[in-house]
Design a protein around this ligand. Structure first.
Ligand SMILES: [Zn+2]
Ligand SMILES: [Zn+2]
Length: 324
């Protein structure tokens, strides 16, 4: 007889309701929604992840291959291709970055397709050696212009942010930008500022995104496309955490922590910085209620604040004093 882990200790937390504006269209029986963005550009979501695809005379160009959407990617393409009498054969795949959750369905499309990605995406995928994610053969450094099946796609890299290889995929003739894992449209970032490997780069990314001309954002997450207003709301939210952290950190006197816990210095540091993060985030839940989902999930918001605070200290030198 096999043992199962008891779930009797589970008790449901009472989180604030998800704002209607943070939710997208309902998914079908198979668990996906596919919609047209403009002309021959479409997006697919399972409510948590998103990808995009272009139907062209040279076959389908897929933009990311999230594992959770998996085989539903081809089902969504088939649905659109059948309705429009165009090819359903994926011949090209463009990666937003190397992470397994956004790239894990890549191998479903075989070894005969052409994969594009940043040169760091290639390096990291060769390193990770995951059979589900073959490394792209076609790479770029700072930018690369593609024309496939008569459609223009501009690949750009503007520095490390969420990941070292986070890329901007711009479709100028479809009024669309794809930038993944930076702006969770209508939702807070998850742990540690959406796991940003470079905090200043992550904080700068939305402005870079807005410097492109577009109306539709494929953000890789949750169930809806983004608008420029969604990016501005994300910027406002992150900007407010930064401002509050600066204010609290530079005015808060932590002496008592360092006196009381000595010689347990890690206790002092943890209690001090956690308290700064808590105070900086305290006004957010009420202020953004009904506009951004999950502002009351402390593990996401507080870890995000701590991650930003460490960057303010270590990248920008805030509060770092040289001993006299
Ligand atoms: Zn990622
Ligand atoms: Zn993601």
């Amino acid at each position: 007889m096999s043992e199962t882990i008891s779930t009797t200790t589970f008790s449901k937390n009472d989180y604030a309701p998800v704002p209607e504006s943070s939710l997208g269209p309902a998914v079908n029986e198979q668990g996906y929604y596919v919609g047209r963005i403009e002309r021959n550009l479409y997006w697919v979501t399972d409510g948590v992840y998103q990808c995009g695809f272009l139907t062209t005379p040279d076959g389908v160009i897929l933009l990311d291959s999230p594992a959770t959407i998996g085989h539903n990617i081809q089902r969504a393409i088939d649905e659109i291709a059948n309705a429009n009498g165009v090819s359903n054969k994926v011949n090209f795949l463009i990666h937003s970055h190397h992470h397994a959750d956004h790239a894990g369905a890549s191998s479903l499309f075989g070894s005969d397709i052409t994969r594009f990605g940043h040169e760091e995406t290639r390096k990291l995928l060769l390193r990770d050696n995951d059979p589900n994610r073959p490394a792209p053969d076609e790479t770029f450094q700072d930018s690369r212009s593609l024309e496939i099946g008569g459609e223009r796609i501009e690949l750009g890299w503007h520095g490390s942010s969420h990941s070292p290889d986070t890329s901007y995929i711009y479709l100028p003739d479809h009024d669309t930008l794809m930038l993944v894992d930076v702006i969770n449209v209508g939702w807070v970032p998850i742990y540690n500022l959406n796991l940003a490997v470079d905090v200043p780069g992550f904080i700068a990314a939305p402005e870079i995104a807005l410097n492109y001309e577009w109306s539709h954002l494929i953000s890789g997450h949750m169930g809806k496309l983004g608008s420029r207003e969604d990016v501005a709301l994300h910027q406002q939210f992150i900007g407010e955490i930064v401002d509050n952290l600066r204010e609290v950190f530079t005015t808060f006197d932590p002496t008592v922590y360092y006196q009381s816990y000595w010689p347990n210095m890690w206790a002092s540091v943890s209690e001090h910085l956690d308290e700064v993060a808590r105070r900086a985030c305290a006004p957010l839940a009420a202020k953004y209620a009904g506009r951004i989902a999950a502002v009351d999930i402390d593990s996401f918001v507080l870890s995000t604040a701590i991650w930003i605070l460490e960057s303010l200290r270590l990248d920008l030198g805030l509060g770092i004093q040289v001993h006299p």
